[in-house]
Design a protein around this ligand. Sequence first.
Ligand code: C2E
Ligand code: CA
Ligand code: CA
Length: 815
Amino acid sequence: MATNGSSRFFETLVHSSADIALVADPDGTIRYANAAVALFGYTPDDLVGRNLRDFVHPDDQVSGATNVRAALGAGGSALVEWRIKDRDGMWVPVEESLTDLSDNGDVGGLLISIRDIADRRVAEQALVDTQTRLVVALEASRMAVWEIDFSTQEMVVSPNFHEVYGFTPDRLTGTYLDFLHLVHPDDLELLRRTVRVTGQDDVFALDYRICSPEHGVRMLHGRGRRIRDESGQLSRLHGAVIDVTDERRAERRRLEAEQTFRRTIEATSDGFIGVDAAGLIVNWNASAARIFGWTEAEAVGQRIDDLIVPPELRSAHRSGFSKAVADGQTSLFHAGAVELTGLRADGSRFPVEVSVVIVEQEGGLRFNAFVRDVTERKATEALLARQAITDELTNLPNRALLNDRFQRAKERADSGGRLTLLFVDIDHLNVVNDSLGHDLGDQLIREVADRILGVVPATDTVTRFGGDEFVVLTDSLVAARGASGLAEAILQAIARPYDLAGHRMTPAVTIGVAMAEASDARLDELLRDADIAMYRAKAQGRNRFEFFEITMREQAQQRFELANELRQALDGNGLRLYYQPVVSADGTIVSTEALVRWEHPDRGLIHPGDFIPLAEETGLILPLGQWVLETACRQAVAWRRDLAPTLGMAVNMSVRQLSQPDLVGRMESLLGASGLEPGALCLELTESALMEDPVKSAETLGRLRTLGLSLAIDDFGTGYSSLHYLSRLSVQVLKLDRVFIESLDTEANRAIVGSTIQLARALGMTTVAEGVETAEQRAVLIELGCESLQGFLWSKPVPADAFEQLLRHPGDWSR
Ligand code: C2E
Ligand code: CA
Ligand code: CA
């Protein structure tokens, strides 16, 4: 050991050092040990004089300290790791620095400084363990880590790196440039920039694509940190990378789906409202804003019930909502659309249809509601429901509702009670429609409806049955008034004159009444009976009512059969024309009137009075009238050619024929086809037919006149028209009805007939007296100035061949 001052200093230093210090002879004999050997449980005295070999693990002994010394060379030193046996016999790993002391003066040997490295070994083992775990974790997470040293361009990667990048381990030779070859060309620039950019901190993250040799194009997510040297220059990079291809794809799909969803929601005309489990609005689309009047900004964050549920319904809504939250997906809310009352921003309420979808979301349950304003639909539904049972024009119940009312009236009626049904038909509605237009016709219907309603007790039912028909159903007829009282009241109410757009009208209705015991009343039967009674009333002159009688049903049945037979007669040659002469004052036949007869197979000859009304009702009058016209014209042509060149032919026309739209054209072709000179044909129209629609009649007659034929007023005197009015109808002949002729025996009537004849002549008309039966009548009429005469005095209507005889052999009719 050192004896001089400096040796002493070192000795003290060594002695107090925390590291163990030993000095050994070249043969390994320990000469000195410091106090630190206590670390191994020894005292210096335990060791001095012993050989190192006794303490060093046999495997670690290099063949003795001498050899070590030789290895070190003179004055050399070495660092070795030996295991040293402690006092308890345990091997403790140590790091030893060996220094050759041989050139150090008198004393040769080794200085051995020992540091206990057990802790470091543990730490190192821990590090290895950690690294192993890290590698396992990296593999499991499919995350690779790497480090790049920019000074060498070397790239160190985790063992699983090639798996993440998808290539065989030998492909990456270990440089950054090699790695860059893997990166998708389009992302190379991004990667380079991101890696090198100097940012706030040196952490970076990016997504980039690689062209993976095995998996094709993949999307990777990398994160890393830049390491800089003292001058701030980028020296290294290290980081981790993970394949996110599938995640990104899924994410993109989710985003697209969400975007599609959002766009759809925004575009939908339905309101879309998302509500969280707390009842707060989280979604509110444009349609919701339009429907409720709250903007998205106003609505989101509000309680749904406060915003759009009317106050009186809020508590019900809240409890329903809590229940839905509790029930979750199984909530009844799911059950489809429900109709609720919504509240708008302006405080108004309206019907909404709501369908709710309950979904589980991160923040809990989400109630997605589609909301539709169904105000219009409800209104339409209500309208349709009302229309189904209501007549649109009059707002009265319609036919469909009548049945229901009838059943109720039946149930309500006491035993022995009666039900009464009135069938009310507006007279001549078609005339108003044709002449004044359908709008005014509709107005007339409404007016009639109002007037009927005005007199029928409120508990009874007034229905519009069809075009011009109303049905009144009553079970409450007051005894004093009865059904006839009600019918009378209706007639009177309707007869009040009425101003229809400047046209003064006197509307009228015809009523048929039928009654039945409530207990066995049937609606269809009552309707049929009332209808029959109504027809009877019409036949008797309209503007009146008739009670149904059982005989009417038989008659109706007969009429039905008769109509069928008439149709057959028309088709099968069963009709005949009879002719009655019209003579001048001197007894010459000037013309003839064609009068139709029906030769019935069983009942013989039937006179027109018994079937013309039926033909008019059934519409058969049109083909019948056409047949009469054709036959009469043909006959007239023949007689004028063979027997009487100036003979006139008069044909009766019914009102239905007159209102045919193509009447003038028909007449024109008829004249053309028969070759009859128009002036020889005279059409007879009754005064009442013309008065049904005076305006239209005037027009039609004017047009007929342009064809050159002549027109006669038939049955003059039975109606109420003035001669002055008739003169404006371009009529040439006035046929004085038989009632005048019959009454000629009084002076007063003679005066009336005389002045009528004079007036007619003054207005440019000639007069024909009808039904002249006696020579006296003939004499008076001639004296009064009557130009033509017709009647049994000369001849009854006779078949064509008989009439021909009259033409060939005229009797002496001058007296
Ligand atoms: P009308 O046009 O007034 O025809 C005259 C009617 O008076 C005829 O009855 C005729 O037989 C009858 N008559 C003629 N002279 C006398 C007489 O001196 N005394 C009496 N008591 N009666 C006389 P008819 O043929 O039964 O015709 C009845 C009505 O039938 C006609 O009345 C006419 O309105 C209608 N009618 C006849 N044929 C046709 C026709 O082809 N078409 C249309 N639309 N109506 C017709
Ligand atoms: Ca006539
Ligand atoms: Ca007549």
